[in-house]
Design a protein around this ligand. Structure first.
Ligand code: HEC
Length: 294
């Protein structure tokens, strides 16, 4: 849960301009409000379908700064470093913000605060009506993600910002006010101070990136020149063993698979556009985590 939770906030690094032509007015307004906000604060519950209810809270600030507090974990970042405090074990670890995975968005309802592309590709919005949820009036929209997964978005009719989000796995609902700040916050307010008696441990290497994901990236970009039937430089992206000939487990900087696609002028994929930052990050994370065949 902890890495999933924090990743939404890190989509900040993957920003860019989007044309949100398909979004209905109120959803566009939600996106604009979050983009204009300097900070965002709310308590919420996570209700997993078929599971229990968990309480959590977020404080987001522009500049990639955040605090995400759950019953088990407090994750905090000043935009450069991410600290993960494990409340049960009384330990914490830190990782550079640049190494956090950017993909999943558990706190998706508010992901647009950091990522202007958060709603990109969402479609088929249908206004379902108005209702009261946890004491607040909301308008309910059902829609689909780019991958056709259905979701529901609950927009606060008073503030215009989402109070929640639901899909086939979980529902997230704000339980109090959603506080939108108009003044910038400072990095020093997001620096983790370890409580007395809390010890520092090695960070858990995120192993969320699987070989399956890396293989999909390689097959989309490298296959014409690095397959078992056309194997340039002894690299074949058809198989795990074929890929591992250019990988040193745990060491991206020593792995041709990574070094060839990084830098200001990556040498690979030859004659094609460089890989996206997300793709490069995922290859790095996968190698760092031991380059497992998963
Ligand atoms: C259009 C053909 C082509 C594509 C596409 C291509 N490569 Fe290559 N690659 C080559 C050729 C040719 C060589 C050997 C000569 C050289 O090094 O330039 C090579 C060599 C390499 C090497 C060994 C040399 C080095 O730089 O370490 C690696 C690693 C590599 N490629 C990785 C990749 C990856 C990863 C992709 C996809 C993201 C990719 N290549 C896509 C043609 C291609």
């Amino acid at each position: 849960m902890k890495l999933i939770l924090l990743s939404s906030s890190l989509a900040v690094m993957a920003g860019g301009l989007v044309i949100q032509s398909e979004l209905p007015g109120p959803v566009k307004a939600h996106l604009n409000l979050l983009q204009d906000a300097k900070s965002l604060k709310t308590d919420f519950i996570i209700q997993k379908l078929g599971g229990g209810v968990e309480k959590a809270s977020i404080l987001y600030a522009k500049g990639g700064m955040f605090k995400i507090d759950t019953a088990t974990t407090m994750t905090e970042s000043d935009g450069k470093t991410i600290w993960i405090f494990n409340k049960g074990a009384n330990t914490y670890s830190e990782i550079p913000a640049s190494l956090a995975p950017t993909k999943e968005n558990f706190v998706w309802a508010w992901a647009a605060f950091f990522n202007p592309d958060a709603l990109k590709g969402t479609k088929e919005y249908v206004m379902k009506g108005s209702r009261t949820l946890r004491g607040a009036a909301v308008s309910e929209f059902s829609a689909k993600m780019a991958n056709n997964k259905e979701f529901t978005l609950y927009l606060d009719t008073k503030t215009g910002v989402a109070r929640g989000f639901g899909n086939s796995e979980a529902i997230i609902l704000a339980t109090g006010d959603i506080v939108i700040g108009k003044t910038a916050m400072e990095a020093k307010d997001f620096m983790f101070v370890a409580p007395a008696g809390v010890t520092k441990v090695e960070p858990p290497v995120p192993d969320k990136v699987t070989f399956k994901m890396v293989k999909a990236i390689l097959q989309a970009n490298c296959l014409p020149c690095h397959s078992s039937s056309n194997m340039k430089a002894n690299l074949s992206v058809d198989t795990y063993d074929g890929v591992m000939r250019k990988v040193k487990e745990g060491m991206p900087a020593m792995s041709g698979l990574f070094t060839s696609v990084t830098g200001t002028k990556p040498s690979m994929p030859q004659g094609r556009a460089p890989l996206s930052k997300d793709d490069v990050d995922n290859i790095e994370i996968w190698i760092k985590a031991g380059a497992k065949d998963n």
